[in-house]
Design a protein around this ligand. Structure first.
Ligand code: GDP
Length: 365
């Protein structure tokens, strides 16, 4: 599952993308780390893996990863084919969620395409292009559905009503994701693959000065937060330029750099974790002397399907899962103690996996 990085030109997308790919280069032991020019694979920062490694001393530690797709070139008029308009819109269609970068820094050396800094105008410019594209897609669908509805198809008549309500919502300049829907309507909506039904994370790019002086909630960021709230969307604040610098450093150098700026961790970590959550993903963990590893699953995944992420045999022959929460395991300090205390649970095929479950799957070969 990929996230697409979008935003107007000169807001800091490439800078952020560079930071991501440089950070990704560090996880070289990950087998899927082949990077296409505009796709960056990056490890999901997870302190739990380090803590587990202290207990198990494994040969290797393997984090979960996510992919970011740099979708540059979205400009006003894209939905009408301006710039390379439609090509970029089709790239957005391929991603599961959107990281929308918004310029919240002033710098007279860096031209703004609209001549001034105004994050809400910028957000709406991009959102409108996506909305226009969705309206076009929906119009075609409405035509088709109208025909079926006329011929007496009950389901089509119901759907047509929903489509018209959705169309009016888009026409009012609102993204599809903010429309209130019933479960049945959600099913309709899924089939349209609309750009504005994808979840979005607004990413405020602030200046180094604001970051370092602690002015993280500058006036622009405040506006974006207010806007995002109306959409129930999350906001992350970063300084792309600083992130690019940080991610080019390694080990102690990186630690010192962060320390000297009073930062606990790179801002990129926050962004990556928020992106993971945005995709509806959680991690379960496996731990042993060979490997400590985080595995990615969708929230709500049951034990056998989670086992299937490790190996299809494990899903097919699933007997049970032996599960302990990460917190309990750390409190006990070892599996042996955890077992003595009866904290390792036996779970069956209907168990819904939780984030941070440390698991051993038992299965028939
Ligand atoms: P894109 O067109 O959205 O990909 O934007 P770029 O990443 O190419 O950035 C455009 C310009 O803004 C470049 O000169 C960057 O160095 C600069 N820039 C990006 N992020 C920041 C930032 O956080 N602070 C400052 N001062 N400049 C930045």
């Amino acid at each position: 599952m990929k996230l697409g990085i979008v935003g107007l030109p000169n807001v800091g997308k490439s800078t952020l993308f560079n930071a991501i790919t440089q950070a990704g280069a560090e996880c070289a032991n990950y087998p899927f780390c082949t990077i296409e020019p505009n796709v960056g694979v990056v490890a999901v920062p997870d302190k739990r893996l380090d803590e587990l490694a202290k207990i198990y001393n494994p040969e290797k530690v393997t984090p979960a990863v996510i992919e970011f797709y740099d979708i540059a070139g979205l400009v006003k008029g894209a939905s009408k084919g301006e710039g390379l308009g439609n090509k970029f819109l089709s790239h957005i269609r391929e991603v599961a969620a959107i990281v929308h970068v918004v310029r919240c820094f002033e710098d007279s050396n860096i031209v703004h395409v609209e001549g001034s800094i105004d994050p809400i105008r910028d957000i709406e410019t991009i959102n409108l292009e996506l909305i226009f594209s969705d309206m076009e897609v929906l119009e075609r669908r409405i035509d088709k559905t109208r025909k079926s509805a006329k011929s007496g198809d009950k389901k089509a008549q119901e759907e047509l009503q929903f489509m018209e309500r959705l169309y009016a919502h888009l026409e009012a300049g609102k993204p599809a994701r903010t429309l209130e829907t019933t479960e049945e309507e959600q099913e309709f909506l899924k089939q349209y693959f609309l750009l504005t039904s994808k979840p979005v994370l607004y990413t405020c790019n602030i200046s180094e000065d604001d970051l370092l002086s602690g002015n993280i909630e500058n006036e622009y960021v405040k506006k974006v937060k207010e806007y995002a709230k109306s959409e129930n969307a999350e906001v992350v604040v970063i300084c792309a330029k600083l992130e690019e610098e940080i991610s080019s450093l390694e080990g102690d150098e990186k630690k010192e750099f962060l320390l000297s700026y009073g930062l606990e961790e790179p801002g990129l970590n926050k962004l990556i974790r928020a992106s993971y959550k945005l995709l509806g993903l959680i991690s379960f963990l496996t731990a042993g002397p060979k490997e400590v590893r985080a595995w990615t699953i969708k929230k709500g995944t049951k034990a056998p399907q989670a086992a299937g992420k490790i190996h299809s045999d494990m899903e097919r022959g699933f007997i049970r899962a032996e599960v302990i929460s990460y917190e309990d395991l750390i409190k006990c300090g070892s599996e042996t103690v955890a077992k003595e205390k009866g904290l390792i649970r036996l779970e069956g095929k209907d168990y819904v996996m939780q984030d941070g479950d440390v698991v051993v799957f038992r299965f028939n070969v």
